[in-house]
Design a protein around this ligand. Structure first.
Ligand SMILES: O=c1ccn([C@H]2C[C@H](O)[C@@H](COP(=O)(O)OP(=O)(O)OP(=O)(O)O)O2)c(=O)[nH]1
Length: 226
């Protein structure tokens, strides 16, 4: 996808820069200043900022155009309607989450170099803040590559739709060696999952089922030779 940036009107604040398939590139854009931590200065957006991702962006996902939510011409197989994943970049070296191939997850990169000590853990800062589409939550998951080769996995990782703080996550290193993370290295992925949020109803009894209270491998036991 040949992405370019533009300042748009409408749903998105005028100071917001979007990644879009169709919008012309603007010469220079001032990024919306937001409250940020000491390590997350608000940044100016240079013309080619989509290259280093120092921009505020709305990511094209689920067949919806980032440009004001208008529908893009999309492959029918990808035409599942949902709102955009909106991203504010607050660290100069932050990377906008992207999907490789038709992956479920948007890769998340660390905006800072880090070292996860052997048998230890570390908070990774993406330098981003996000707003998830209605009816979804975000789940930060390990990248299979790191889980397999270095026994790295994500702890926690539930991102509420209404959360507006820094998008950080905890990586645990279960191996015997320190794990170095380079600035800009993709070390996790964000999966946007649809959710149901039913009312909680207190009842006296629950309906009976075949499983009942059986658990912990009970379904396999009946097939085992005695
Ligand atoms: O890996 C994570 C986990 C959480 N959060 C943020 C987003 C999430 O919406 C918020 C709260 O997370 P969660 O609901 O898992 O934590 P809690 O301990 O239940 O806190 P709260 O009472 O604030 O919901 O913290 C992250 O940025 N990264």
């Amino acid at each position: 996808m040949d992405v370019s940036e533009s300042v748009i009107d409408g749903d998105v604040p005028a100071t917001t820069v979007v990644v879009s398939d169709t919008a012309p590139r603007q010469p220079h854009s001032k990024v919306q200043r937001i409250e940020s931590g000491a390590n997350e200065p608000a940044v100016d957006v240079p013309p080619d900022s989509h290259r280093d991702n120092s921009a505020v962006a709305e990511i094209n996902g689920c067949g919806m155009n980032a440009n004001g939510g208008k529908q893009l011409q999309v492959d029918e197989t990808n035409a599942i309607g949902c709102g955009a994943l909106r991203v504010v970049v607050v660290a100069p070296k932050a990377k906008i989450p992207t999907r490789a191939y038709d992956s479920a997850g948007y890769d998340l990169a660390s905006a800072y170099p880090e070292v996860i000590p052997a048998k230890g853990k570390c908070e990774v800062r993406t330098g981003l803040r996000i707003a998830l589409p209605e009816g979804t939550y975000g789940r930060i998951a390990s990248r299979s590559l790191h889980a397999d080769s270095h026994a790295i996995n994500v702890l926690g990782g539930v991102i509420d739709r209404d959360y507006r703080g820094p998008l950080n996550f905890i990586l645990a290193n279960h191996s015997d060696e320190d794990f170095k993370i380079e600035e800009g290295e993709r070390v996790a992925q964000l999966i946007v999952e649809r959710i149901l949020t039913p009312n909680v109803v207190v009842v006296d009894q629950l309906e009976e089922t075949e499983r009942g209270e059986k658990r912990l491998g009970s379904s396999g036991k009946k097939d085992m030779p005695s």
